[in-house]
Design a protein around this ligand. Structure first.
Ligand code: OGA
Ligand code: NI
Length: 382
């Protein structure tokens, strides 16, 4: 698919590139369209009907036995080897797990979500001033980072903040979340380090291994804002994708669910989308592509998505925190850590190159496939 026109765009003869540019030029994001009272969504947001097919059905909830997203208790009382075993199982199957007793205060989580909501529902001028596609800016607002790469845009706006290793100056951050986001970032970094120890141990490595490899050097927080959509059956809040970095800590709004994950039930069953309803007080961890690569497929970076929010529902807010290498300074090559049983499935790559590849293709294609060694592409068993 070219950057200048999707198949749908060409077929209906509209100038997709011009529409994208006009939307980008408003610097007001999707919320700007909603505020302007649109009742039909612009064509640039139309996704192919086949990708939307199973969004309106009610998929089995993840609390139904076979589909359960594991809940990992991080309190000191739990036995280490049990926790490590739970993390290993979750990371190697569904790729997602909730954490409870994680040490991030509930008031801080609520404050973070409220700050993200206030920013997005606040004055358009404050958002316009931060609107940028320049990745060098530590704090920026935007809608669809891959607007000009993807075949279809998503019904969501985003505030991006690089929190570590070079945090922004306080005055670079919107006032409505200035204090809370720095405090939240510190708490999530502490939690992330604990999770990285469990993940390292789950791979049979020493607890500091992933940290010492540089996987925890940077923290990038993304406040996602999903406004209600007048035609939710035609688009997504965020289409199916995998997260590119090492792992993600997701804070979901406790009252509005929406996250769905593609679950493999095994035994030749078709993979199924299931809801991941927010578990009050919990945070959700998911494995990213770079961790799947270094774990040589022992951990899985699994597709997930958020359908568009219906117009009668309130806007949904979430905060995703991505852990990665220091993309400015690191020159380290990341390749599979093999356990001696399987040859490496990927070629080595720097995190910068991996992320640059992700940013150039957007959410439409998983960057992992690009680095997978061809002779090991999966073939049906004979
Ligand atoms: C993401 C993401 C899910 C959510 O930001 O990569 O998948 O619940 N977010 O907003
Ligand atoms: Ni994601």
């Amino acid at each position: 698919m070219s950057a200048t026109g999707s198949a749908a765009g060409v077929a209906s003869g509209y100038d997709r590139r011009r529409e994208l540019q006009a939307f980008d030029d408003t610097k007001a994001g999707v919320k700007g369209l909603v505020d302007a009272g649109v009742t039909a969504i612009p064509s640039i947001f139309h996704h192919p009907p086949e990708s939307l097919e199973d969004t309106t059905t009610s998929p089995p909830s993840c609390t139904d036995g076979a589909f359960a997203i594991p809940v990992v208790d991080l309190s000191a009382a739990a036995r280490r080897e049990d926790v490590v075993a739970q993390v290993r199982h979750a990371a190697g199957t569904v790729g997602f797990f909730h954490v409870v007793n994680h040490g991030v205060p509930e008031g801080l989580m609520a404050g973070m979500l409220a700050g993200a909501r206030r920013f997005n529902e606040g004055p358009a001028e404050a958002k316009r001033a931060l609107y940028s596609r320049d990745q060098a800016r530590k704090v920026r607002f935007g809608s669809n980072f891959d607007l000009f790469q993807s075949a279809a845009a998503n019904w969501r706006d985003t505030l991006f903040c690089d929190l570590a290793p070079d945090p922004p100056l306080p005055e670079e951050l919107p006032e409505v979340l200035r204090n809370v986001i720095m405090e939240y970032g510190d708490a999530v970094m502490k939690l992330g380090l604990r999770v990285s120890e469990l993940l390292s141990e789950s791979l049979g490595l020493s607890s500091g291994h992933l940290r010492e490899m540089g996987c925890m050097e940077s923290l990038h927080a993304v406040c996602q804002y999903y406004p209600p959509c007048p035609e939710p059956h035609l688009t997504f809040g965020i289409k199916s994708h995998t997260d590119p970095a090492f792992f993600t800590v997701l804070l979901q709004d406790g009252s509005t669910g929406g996250l769905q994950v593609l679950v493999d039930r095994g035994g030749g069953h078709r993979r199924t989308w299931v809801d991941v309803p927010p578990l009050p007080g919990s945070l959700t961890v998911n494995i990213g592509d770079l961790l799947q690569l270094v774990s040589n497929d022992r951990f899985r970076s699994v597709e997930h998505r958020v359908p568009a929010i219906k117009s009668k529902d309130p806007a949904r807010v979430s905060v995703a925190s991505f852990f990665n290498t220091d993309l400015k300074r690191s020159t380290r090559l990341y390749g599979p850590i093999t356990d001696g049983r399987r040859p490496p499935l990927y070629r080595s790559v720097t995190a910068q190159e991996f992320m640059a590849h992700f940013n150039s293709v957007g959410l439409d294609r998983c960057p992992l496939d690009y680095y997978r060694l061809e002779r090991h592409t999966l073939r049906p068993a004979v």
